[in-house]
Every structure is written in structure tokens, then in C-alpha cells.
Design a binder for this molecule. Structure first.
Ligand SMILES: *Cc1c(COP(=O)(O)O)cnc(C)c1O
Length: 398
């Protein structure tokens, strides 16, 4: 089928919830994608920070193939080897004691919201259920995670959303302190607000936030759906801050593209979940768990996180050089291999130019170019990007 024909059909049959790139992707390998016409693209989006090991990584392909021949699914009414192994590996590499598996980022955050309320209810009784989240945060599209999300535009037309969420300015410790009261059970935060525009939490702020929440037994829940699994140059972003959360939410890169999410917590917190309190039919099924195991093994065996930290620094240097050259670039923000380039030009138009030249990236809020390449990206591939960016930026009208 021709590309245009397929796009027409997709528009006919699919709900119109996305503004899509006008190409049909048919295959991928490493940091590269191919469309239906055989054009090749350098992928600096990774399926929205998902395919961190690149596309079609042989380890993940093999793990899924072997598992698919054995067992897809039995439900959580049974014990399963891959699920137990995946949980053990996540615990080995994180602050936590226990894992709850689900299928997406929104579901992970839903689980965290329920866990926080339940933990507080068991310990303190009714009336201590408010969760503080940040302005310009993003926590998902379900009604509860939409209520948590600090961007009113996403809630438009979906009222009533849930009570019990307070949004405060990001990186403002005074505002946070003021908003905590006897009804607060948790603070939910991204250490890098990714969808919101790549805003990075200050170290001092996060340390104070940890102290305050610990003092008041208010759970600190870090949404690492986008920053987890090596993206910032450490296994989890919280490690960059020298703190540990009470609850962490994961999804995106957890299965390198196989849909899977998780929350991780200490025993004292996860104990609030007992049989019958929370569940997911698919959560952590053998296929998903085998993807998690292969992903973690590969992150470690192939030194992927170290590569992320190194190539991340290299990319940052290149971006700073571009900023010096092009005054319409007003800010470069990020860490590891998640970067935002803020521009005063039309960001969506710039993305189109990149696509024409064979590089995929996306734009947030019309003015922040977001770079989240696979963590296995090579210096030579970063050079291709930087060289192309330099050429495209020459043509940008401000
Ligand atoms: C993508 C994202 C989510 C939502 O994940 P879904 O899998 O799309 O439900 C939640 N939080 C953060 C920080 C995200 O980046």
C-alpha cells in the first residue's frame, strides 16, 4: 500500500486523538527508522522516550520470542517466574522493597495515588487524602492522573475531575511548605517535567522537599515514567539528587516498547495494598516481564547508562555551541539524554524541517524542541544531528 493511501485509511478508522507525523513507519533498527517509501530517519524521539535500547534490540526480541512460545499470560492468580525475576531486578537496582506491575504510565500513577491514600487511611484514618502535585506537570490521561496533572488545558471538557489534588509552582519550596496541611497524604513530582517542557528540579529544592515530606510522613512519590531506566545518566533520576522517594512510578522505557508499568515502594508503604485492594489483569504478565528482564540485563551488560551519561554530555556541549550561534535559542535544559531546546521561533515548523531532512524529534508547547534519543546513540549519530540542526537553524525565520 502507498503511504498516502494508508494515511487516508488511518484517518478514516482511527480516533482523531493525535497529530501524527505524515509518514508510516514500518521498521526500525538501533537509532534508525524506515518509512513505507523506504526513507530512513534518525530517531531522536524513541517512541516518546520508550525504546531506550533502540529499535529491535536483539536481546529484547529474543527474550520475547522465547517467552511467547512458552506462555503469554495466566493472570496474577498465579506465581510466575519472569514476573518474580523482573521484580527482583528492579528492587536490586532501586531504593524499594516491593513492586506492583501494571501496563502504562497512567496506570502506574493511578496505583501510586491509590497507595498513598490507602497508606494514609490505614495509619491515620479518614480525611488525610490530599495529594500535592506541580504546575506544568504531566501524570497521564485517566481521570485521576488528569486531576493530578498540573496543566488545565488537558482537563478542558472533562469536568468534573477528582477532588483532592492541589497544584503548586514547581521548584518553589515555600509554596509547597505552605500547601501541606493535616489533610495531605503525598506529594507527586517529576524530577524533570518532561511533557511540560523539560524543566529540571533544583537539587536544593528536592532535598528540602525530601526533608519536609519525611518530617510530616507525607509520601514523596516520584513519577519516573519518563526519567527512569537510565534516561538521565543514572538508573533513576532520584539518584542524581542524593535522595530516595517513598514511591516511584515507571513505564515508558521499562519494557523497551513492550507495554508495561510498575510502582516501587518500601515494605512499610506497599503493605497498604492487601489482596483485593488493587489489581491489573495483564500487569507484569510473562511477556511483559520478559521484556523488563531483557531491558535491565541489556542496560547493565552493554553499559548503556554510561553511554547515556557520556553521549549526553557530548550532546549538551553541541547544543550549547548552537545556542551561542543562534540567538533564537533561549534555553537548553536537561540531563543525560533528555534535552529541551527552547526557541523563540515556530518550533512545530522546525520539527517539520528536521523530518524533511530525515531526523525525528518533537516539539512541546510550540516552542520547546525535545530530544530523547535512544540511550545507545553513538557520538557519530549525535554529530549527524548537530550538523543537521546547524543547517536547519540557519534557515529559521524569527
Ligand atoms: C508519558 C508519561 C505518563 C503517562 O504514561 P502513559 O503510558 O502514556 O499512560 C505519565 N507520567 C510521565 C512523567 C510521563 O512522561
Amino acid at each position: 500500500m502507498q503511504q498516502d493511501e494508508l494515511i487516508k485509511k488511518a484517518k478514516q478508522y482511527l480516533a482523531n486523538t493525535y497529530t501524527r507525523f505524515p509518514i508510516v513507519i514500518t521498521k526500525g533498527e538501533g537509532c534508525w527508522l524506515w518509512d513505507l517509501n523506504g526513507h530512513r530517519y534518525l530517531d531522536f524521539l524513541s517512541g516518546i522516550a520508550v525504546c531506550s535500547l533502540g529499535h529491535a534490540h536483539p536481546n529484547v526480541v529474543e527474550a520475547l520470542t522465547i517467552q511467547a512460545k512458552k506462555l503469554f499470560h495466566v493472570s496474577n492468580l498465579f506465581y510466575m517466574e519472569p514476573q518474580t525475576k523482573a521484580a527482583e531486578m528492579l528492587i536490586e537496582h532501586s531504593f524499594g522493597d516491593k513492586v506492583f506491575f501494571c501496563n502504562s504510565g497512567a496506570e502506574a500513577n493511578e496505583a501510586a495515588i491509590k497507595l498513598a491514600r490507602r497508606y494514609s487511611w490505614k495509619k491515620y484514618g479518614e480525611g488525610r487524602s490530599t495529594i500535592i502535585t506541580m504546575e506544568s506537570s504531566f501524570h497521564g490521561r485517566t481521570i485521576a492522573t488528569l486531576s493530578a496533572t498540573g496543566q488545565p488545558k488537558f482537563r478542558e471538557g472533562f469536568a468534573p475531575v477528582l477532588d483532592g489534588f492541589i497544584h503548586v509552582p514547581f521548584n518553589d519550596i515555600k509554596a509547597l511548605e505552605k500547601s501541606i496541611d493535616k489533610e495531605t497524604c503525598a506529594v507527586m513530582i517529576e524530577l524533570i517535567q518532561a511533557e511540560g517542557g523539560v524543566y529540571v528540579a533544583d537539587k536544593e529544592y528536592v532535598r528540602k522537599l525530601r526533608d519536609i515530606t519525611r518530617d510530616k510522613d507525607v509520601l514523596l512519590m516520584i513519577d519516573e515514567v519518563q526519567t527512569g531506566m537510565g534516561r538521565t545518566g543514572t538508573f533513576f533520576a532520584y539518584e542524581q539528587y542524593g535522595i530516595e522517594p517513598d514511591v516511584m512510578c515507571l513505564a515508558k522505557a521499562l519494557g523497551n516498547g513492550f507495554p508495561v508499568g510498575a510502582i516501587i515502594a518500601k515494605d512499610a508503604v506497599m503493605e497498604a495494598f492487601e489482596p483485593g485492594t488493587h489489581a491489573s489483569t495483564f500487569g507484569g504478565n510473562p511477556l511483559a516481564a520478559s521484556a523488563v528482564i531483557a531491558t535491565i540485563n541489556t542496560l547493565i551488560d552493554e553499559d548503556v547508562i554510561k553511554n547515556c551519561a557520556e553521549t549526553g554530555k557530548y550532546l549538551y556541549k553541541g547544543l550549547m555551541a548552537l545556542k551561542k550561534k543562534f540567538p533564537f535559542i533561549t534555553d537548553i535544559r536537561g540531563m543525560g539524554l533528555i534535552w529541551g531546546i527552547e526557541v523563540t521561533a515556530n518550533g512545530d515548523e522546525i520539527v517539520k524541517e528536521f523530518l524533511k531532512e530525515g531526523v525525528i524529534l518533537n516539539c512541546l508547547k510550540g516552542k520547546i524542541l525535545r530530544l530523547v534519543p535512544p540511550l545507545v546513540v553513538k557520538k557519530e549519530e549525535i554529530d549527524i544531528f548537530l550538523e543537521m540542526a546547524s543547517r536547519i537553524f540557519e534557515r529559521v525565520k524569527v
